[in-house]
Design a protein around this ligand. Structure first.
Ligand SMILES: Nc1ncnc2c1ncn2[C@@H]1O[C@H](COP(=O)(O)OP(=O)(O)OP(=O)(O)O)[C@@H](O)[C@H]1O
Length: 284
């Protein structure tokens, strides 16, 4: 005699497939808002109730004109700037409550964040490697120095490097912990075309090798067309359109992302009164 199962299946019923649990998005922003006080006692809305998700493993571009809110958004995603309201989840972790659980799995680079000037490049990378809890620090620093062609600068104070050299060091810092989520604010700013191309190839290979998720803010439309499989278009703290580069070109009837960007940045008003093609489509 066989043991009865605790929850016998009704006769004829098919065996239920195990429930599939989709992984949480790499990045989820929900109604994210940031107000800054102004000297006159008012406020400026840098980011305005922004909601979006970024699926794991893709490269997403964050585009927008000067002051659109890109850097503020990235700073809140990182947890270095507290949102006025709203929520950020990275890899399914609520950044407001459990930031330290997910920080080792992410990293960032920004031309606006300088490494301590007096420390050499090697010292800076070593300090950060220890902060990230790496064990083979010397080996990792050497490895990245070779990959990013920094070996010649390793023993020079970081403050004495050119802007382009600093950008490469910042990228090396951002890759120390092999991040699963990489936030890049203008990753090729100040780089000559040859070095910028080299960095883009490096990022493509990094994503292909590790499956990392990359969110990058950029003013370089060719870079975005080349690297990104999804683009978020920001204006005045909001996302005003989103899509794959090819889909955006088709939607706006343009041949380059630069033209799409100009349409959006100049707030082309359509016949329906909508500011963007997406709003126009939604109104139809
Ligand atoms: N610390 C701050 N105090 C006051 N206002 C700020 C502060 N930081 C940003 N802002 C304002 O918030 C808005 C968004 O700025 P943010 O730097 O996020 O834009 P951005 O899209 O990164 O611009 P850019 O392309 O020029 O770097 C701007 O109006 C800016 O002046």
């Amino acid at each position: 005699m066989t043991e009865p199962t605790p929850y016998p299946r009704p006769a004829g019923a098919a065996e239920a497939a195990p429930p599939s649990v989709a992984p949480a998005p790499a990045i989820a922003a929900t109604a994210l808002t940031k107000l800054f006080p102004t000297p006159g006692g008012g406020t400026v809305t840098a980011v305005d109730s922004l909601s979006f998700t970024v699926a794991r493993g893709g490269v997403t571009g964050l585009l927008g004109g000067n002051g659109a809110g890109k850097t503020t958004t990235i700073s809140m995603l990182l947890g270095v700037l507290l949102p006025t309201s709203g929520r950020v989840d990275i890899l399914g972790v609520d950044m407001a409550r459990h930031r330290h659980a997910v920080l080792p799995r992410m990293n960032f680079s920004s031309p606006y964040v300088e490494l301590p000037h007096r420390l050499t490049v090697r010292e800076n990378l070593t300090v950060y490697a220890h902060l990230y809890g790496l064990t083979c620090v010397k080996k990792r620093v050497q490895e990245l120095a070779e990959q990013l062609d920094l070996a010649r600068f390793l023993n020079r104070p970081s403050g004495g490097l050119s802007a382009g050299q600093k950008t490469r060091v910042a990228l090396a810092k951002a890759l120390l912990n092999d991040p699963e989520v990489l936030l890049l604010d203008e990753p090729t700013a100040s780089l000559d075309p040859d070095t910028a191309d080299w960095i883009r190839t490096y990022l493509e290979r990094y994503r292909a090798r590790t499956g990392a998720t990359i969110l990058l803010a950029s003013h370089n439309m060719l870079e975005v067309e080349r690297l990104c499989d999804d683009v978020l278009m920001m204006r005045q703290g909001r996302i005003v359109d989103r899509g794959a580069p090819a889909a955006l070109l088709a939607r706006y009837g343009r041949t380059s992302l630069e033209e799409v960007f100009l349409d959006i940045a100049r707030a082309r008003t359509t016949a329906t009164g909508a500011d963007t093609k997406a709003e126009a489509d939604a109104a139809e």
